[in-house]
Design a protein around this ligand. Structure first.
Ligand code: ADE
Length: 230
């Protein structure tokens, strides 16, 4: 078994690389991939760069080139659900692309022919995350994550995403990683820790909390890796 762990930004995988200590670095397709064995599990780790295109490329590369058989995403998100506070963890049960729009042709937002509005994350990994959370006394919330190539810092846009997709959080990579993993039949899991509330303070809060929230998410992901190795 080889597990892919990806983030979008350097800050999102830095705590993971720090924990691995020893890893090899390979340059491929204009990106760096870090490989290591951790507690008996083979890992490939990378950050994709921000957005749906780069994250799809990285996910596909980790699977097709590096041979990953499961994919875990670790990173930060903007909260939509008001119960989510900065530093809280949200596990995606399903994901959608909020910026995908061919409604002109009578389709719902987030839909293209032969696709689906929502893609579900792997249930076994979601269940594992619940057992891990219970074991270490950490609260996680399950919910819907909406993805788009936009940093949302606007109450009106946030409310629109909430209304149209019933989303609890939003970010810029999960939905595209889900498309790739579903197409390639690879179980995937998307974890995010809240960095901001996608409101007018989002830019400031993101800068302030990116590192600490990314750390919360990465730490939890490594607890899951420990369990996947057993
Ligand atoms: N990731 C973290 N916060 C975000 C926001 N407000 N919009 C998009 N992606 C994010």
């Amino acid at each position: 078994m080889k597990i892919a762990i990806m983030g979008a930004m350097p800050e999102e995988i830095a705590p993971i690389l720090q924990q691995l200590k020893d890893y090899t670095t390979t340059s491929y397709a204009d990106n760096s991939y870090y490989e290591a064995s951790y507690h008996g599990v083979d890992l490939v780790v990378a950050y994709s760069k921000i957005g749906k295109v780069f994250s799809a490329l990285t996910a596909a590369t980790m699977i097709e080139h590096f041979g990953a058989t499961k994919l875990l995403f670790s990173g930060v998100a903007g909260a939509i659900n008001s119960s989510l506070k900065i530093g809280d963890l949200i596990v995606a049960t399903k994901l959608a692309q909020h910026d995908l729009d061919i409604t002109t042709f009578g389709h719902p937002y987030g839909y293209v022919p032969e696709g689906s509005v929502y893609i579900e994350a792997d249930q076994a990994l979601v269940e594992l995350s619940k057992r891990v959370a219970a074991g270490i006394g950490v609260n996680i919330k399950e919910g819907t994550i909406a993805t788009g190539d936009q940093f949302i810092a606007n109450e009106t846009k946030k409310k629109w995403i909430q209304d149209v997709f019933a989303a609890d959080a939003l970010e810029m990579e999960g939905g595209s990683v889900a498309v790739v993993c579903k197409a390639l039949n690879i179980p995937f899991f998307i974890l995010r820790s809240i960095s901001d509330a996608a409101d007018m303070d989002a830019g400031f809060n993101f800068d302030e909390f990116l590192q600490s929230s990314a750390h919360v998410s990465a730490e939890f992901i490594m607890k899951m890796v420990d369990k996947l190795g057993n």
